[in-house]
Write a protein that binds this ligand. Structure first.
Ligand code: PLP
Length: 409
């Protein structure tokens, strides 16, 4: 029989969201007719905006005519979309990124998961803790993580982010080759200011580390001192790759589209110490293993950048951020401490003294019929915290707030 990649068998068999679903199903089965409000999985609930839907309908029509039909597209994405991204997401904000430094894809999960293909298996990885699990699990698959002990991988550097350090990760004492930063953060909903992010850029430049900057929630930023792109920090182009997604920006979680920016200045070294442009490697990887996001999808993404598209996307984001505010305020008036939810659609709840993440999960399910995500599922420093999402309908959010307010702890 064929030899498998043993790294896959190192991954724990159970998956956070499967465990949650199992518990909720069991509860629902034993409490028929009771309405459970789900604020666990970070998926959007509002439909894709009109401008994108209309653009897709037209694109579908294009595919039905010989003259406008599109077959395989460029692996890097169509120029019409890459130009819009470069103009709206970067040039207009004073950042010079050219369309050929942008690689359109089917989303940030794939790109953050696949990027390790072009980096040495010997690279030492650092992650903030708690963390979006994809960064860790894909490095386990690649053999960079070592052994799992007490919820931590032996070869991964964990950078705790808790209320004790205001969710600002300290610079590591041991040099990592690769540093994953996700801001606005999933799961904590917290952010870094310009000067805090600049410290990381500075560190990466001094130490020769690569920052993998996931800004999937950039569209939710409201505070002026929070950078929307790592390239707002001078010198970041030589040390950082940026990942973006239309999922949370424009409701594309089911449609699938995102992009990765690799500036031409960003270089790595081969085994002989020779400099190699990272973008060229990623381009090669994508051309070999990826055949581009669909034409119809890319036309939808392009439509987000029209005036009406921008307006419609903003309305949806405002809707979710009003939910976030209602949740924050409601929980505060119930005496529950929360973090995040100002520049991100996630509310990071401090569980009451002596209550673990999973105990709080059970408490909320049983007493309020509200489902969230136990913080410990995102990493050891998530213990004692709990994630609620602002994605959801207004009525559900209001009802959840009311139920939580009555939670006497
Ligand atoms: N990055 C972060 C931090 C996320 O939270 C998510 C989705 O929840 C993704 C990436 C995945 O984005 P996409 O839908 O573009 O794959």
């Amino acid at each position: 029989m064929v030899r498998i990649n043993d790294n896959f068998t190192k991954l724990p068999a159970s998956y956070l969201f499967t465990d949650i679903a199992r518990k909720v199903e069991a509860f629902a089965a034993s409490h028929p007719g009771e309405r459970i409000i789900r604020m666990g999985i970070g998926d959007v609930t509002r439909p894709i905006c009109r401008a994108a839907i209309d653009a897709m309908k037209k694109a579908v029509d294009d595919e039905s005519h010989e003259r406008t039909f599109h077959g395989y597209g460029p692996e890097q994405g169509y120029a019409f979309l890459r130009e819009k991204i470069a103009e709206h997401d970067y040039r207009k904000r004073g950042i010079a990124i050219s369309p050929d430094e942008i690689y359109v894809s089917d989303g940030a999960k794939s790109d953050t998961g696949n990027i390790g293909d072009i980096l040495s298996p010997d690279c030492r990885v650092a992650v903030t803790d708690p963390v979006y699990p994809v960064y860790v699990d894909t490095n386990v698959m690649a053999g960079r993580a070592g052994k799992l002990k007490d919820g931590k991988w032996s070869e991964i550097i964990y950078l705790p982010c808790t209320a004790d350090n205001d969710f600002i990760p300290a610079l590591p004492s041991k040099r990592p080759d690769i540093i994953y930063l996700c801001y606005p953060n999933n799961p904590t909903g917290t952010t870094l200011t310009h000067s805090q992010l600049a410290e990381w850029v500075d560190y990466a430049r001094k130490k020769g580390s690569l920052i993998l900057f996931d800004s999937a929630y950039e569209a939710y930023i409201t505070s002026p001192d929070v950078p929307r792109s790592i390239y707002e920090i001078p010198g970041a182009k030589e040390v950082a790759i940026e990942f973006r997604s239309f999922s949370k920006t424009a409701g594309f979680t089911g449609l699938r589209c995102g992009y990765t920016v690799i500036p031409s200045e960003l270089k790595g070294v081969d085994k002989d110490g020779k400099e190699v442009p990272i973008g060229a490697l990623w381009n090669r990887r994508q051309c070999t293993k990826f055949n581009g996001a669909s034409y119809v999808t890319q036309r939808a993404a392009e439509a987000i950048y029209t005036d009406e598209g921008q307006q419609q996307v903003k309305e949806t984001i405002d809707y979710y951020m009003t939910n976030a505010r209602l949740l924050r305020e409601g929980l505060a008036s119930a005496g529950i401490t929360t973090f995040g939810g100002v520049n991100a659609p996630y509310i990071w709840v401090k569980t009451p003294e002596g209550t673990t993440s999973w105990q709080f999960f059970d408490l909320l399910l049983q007493r309020c019929r509200v489902v969230g995500t136990p913080g410990v599922g995102f990493g050891p420093s998530g213990e004692g915290y709990f994630r609620l999402t602002a994605f959801g309908e207004r009525d559900d959010t209001l009802e959840a707030v009311e139920r939580l307010a009555n939670l006497k702890i």
